[in-house]
Design a protein around this ligand. Sequence first.
Ligand code: ATP
Length: 900
Amino acid sequence: MNHKSAQTSVDKDWYLQDVGSILAHFKVSADQGLSSSQARKRHQQYGPNSIQSAGQRSIWQLLLAQFMDFMILVLIAAAIISGIFGDLTDTLVILVIVFLNAIIGFIQDYRAEKALEALRKMAANSARVRRDGELITIPVEQLVPGDIVILEAGNIIPADLRLIEVADFQVDEAPLTGESVAISKTTQALPGKVHALGDQINMAFKGCIVTKGRASGVCVAIGMDTEFGKIAALLQKDTDNKTPLQHRLTRFSKRLSLIILAVSALVFALGYLRGEPPVLMFLTAVSLAVAAIPEALPAVITVSLAFGAKRMVKSNALIRRLPAVEALGSVTTICSDKTGTLTQNRMSLEKILIAGKSYNTFPEANDATNDDNEDFWRLLGAALALNNDIEIDGDGKLLGEPTEIALYLAAQQSNYQKPELSRTMPRIGEIAFTSERKRMTTVHRVLQSLQGAKAEKPEIIAFTKGAPEVILDLCEDSLGENGRQPLHKKSIRQAVEQLAQQGYRVLAVAYREWNNLTPNELKIEANNIEQSLSFIALLALIDPPREGAQEAVAMCRSAGITPVMITGDHPATALAIAKRLGIAAEQDKVMGGEQLAQLSDAELKQAVLETAVYARVNPEQKIRIVESLQSHHQFVAMTGDGVNDAPALKKADVGVAMGKVGTEVAREAAQLVLLDDNFKTIVVAVREGRRIFDNIRKFIKYTMTSNTGEILTLLLAPLLGMPIPLLPIHILWINLLTDGLPGLALSAEPAERGVMQRPPRPASESIFAHGMWQHMIWVGLLIAVLSLSSFAWMNISSSTHWQTMVFTTLTFAQLAHVMAIRSERDSLFTLGILTNRPLLIAIMLTVALQLMVIYTPFLQTLFKTQALTLLELGVCSALACVVLIAVEIEKWLVRRGVLY
Ligand code: ATP
């Protein structure tokens, strides 16, 4: 659809115009936003807010790609040429088989693309907008010009916006300008005429990152009309999403192709020397090459990974990049946040500590005994009600951080209501919370004193809350129930330590006031406001461990994975929770951020092996921890949610972001998103990753062994003085039947018993490790020998059906093999024959098709087969069973530790 551009050339200088005229231009009010009908019309008019991406394949390209393999083209050409000189039916049958093969390939690819597209859609970002006067969340694609968009730290800006309100708002515009310094933004119209993008400080551009603060803006351009859209072609990301395994297998199948081509040439030469017709031998050799070259391996892996990823979403693990599925199986260390991941993030205020006294709740305003006392509790109530970024959505639900919600609710229950207090003490500024600062401050103008009287002089008050040690350092004195007092830092620190050791999350609250100052005279900056504070109280919150977290930690241990806690919280709190969950042992110590900062890289490298809990850690320190672990060849999964966690998530082998509380920036940097923010989900994903990898290994083992069997059958026959044992159509048919359905059904195989009781597979380990090579060679040889032994049957029974028997034995032997390798170690009878139904159905279908080819007269002529007697069919089945028994013996030896 051709959509109209939202901009005209004159209107492009949004940064030169004042907010009022822009709002008028877009016919929108800042506090109401657009109406739903306006938004609907504009969506129709301007289209979706999306960047058109290159590189997506159409259905036709996907279908055509199935034929674009060199050997397939040679086969088609050879079949046509041989049809012209000889048997036209042969040519037709070959073309039909090649076509059927392509259709199967196409269906798989198509389903994989759909699965990936569904994952991409789930991972898409959303935007918060004001519409019909209410704050709602919509998919980014539905933004329209004129929408009022609300931004906060961690957002990726969803469209080009002219800012109308900012609070300590900073943006990283590196995605657009390459300049990665955070830029502070304003709302005033800029003077002058033309400004470069980097100087348009009242604009926020699509694709850039909000690093700090909050803002709202009116959407002036969407999709390809945005500055980002204009250079989108230049920014097209690297579309190579191949996994390390795929890269390795692509290289491997290229090398193997050369060997197979050489063997095919040998088969041709030997047959020719034995006096077989050269055209037939050529077609046989080409068919063999087509059947045996595993060029589809990388594609099959995409399919397995994509379907695995689709399954993982059901367990709340959303894969953002396909290689993660494979990488998950190799994870050796999981570094996890505490709050919300290992704990419920459902906080409640349990204790308030004031000058050594502990209260369980607020005394009601009128319970206070004397005036001083009353004033004190009012001040604390106001601090808790006002010092937060809580918003209330249309349904009355509280939106915001759980820590803040807990404090807000405690204040509300004692009748300190934010809406009322905001009227008498409106907020005039804010110094935002960041993980590095570990505190936040709100500044308020006091229009009416807390006692209810109209304030006589203009007064300004600031509330600061945050990590106790940080707040204490900024305090000068303290306020108690009996007025101002000197500050006893030591006893407060002791109290913090005691509470933290019990697993409480402890916060401190302080305040400061200014008299005779107008708001314009006060510079709202951290080093101006957050000093000489008066300490008010310590707050102890509880945040219980998540259900199942303890079991998940235990599962990690049995799977050879070390769980590590990295938190911004207090060391004693962290250690208490870590012990409760089994992450730390009784004698374990915790490493604090300050201590970590003093360690050299070499010292840290030594320390990481003995440390299970890190506390008060900054996001940058997380990178050092990952790097140190990686230097010990650990394969690290690391969780994160904040803006500054993104580099550590990228550095980790598997970056894990939170789906609920995490920022978009963290999600964008991660490979895995936990839709329920739960630690247990990572462990479930690891288990699934191991299962998928095991099944890929089984698929490779299966096809490669089958191919070896086919090659050896054709190669050994002339060496043993036998005539050519299989016709080209037989080779292609076996390839179509056995590789197709049963091979794919292997990906439905349930996880091996004990999949989480064995150590992780080293990421660098070859997929062919643990005896795969040996297996492929000896079982391939066995299959070939068994198939050719039907030739001996001909001598015994003087039957003329030997070629059909070789054909059938080869097919059945592959089916027996696939059943035998369902587990790498366990016997089929321990697993239960019925535990992989798709595979069972695939096998029955394959047998039925094979019988049709043998017994239907029409297909007999096409495939040049003869009806086997019941005895002959029994012989073929018995020979196939030998493979099953032999592989069962192999697994028995593996279980006993004799083999591999
Ligand atoms: P985790 O890293 O496990 O998620 P965390 O929530 O404690 O734990 P941060 O979000 O980095 O980590 O917070 C660090 C510290 O900052 C907290 O321990 C707390 O003392 C303080 N803090 C957290 N949230 C706020 C807030 N909204 N306002 C003020 N201080 C806060």
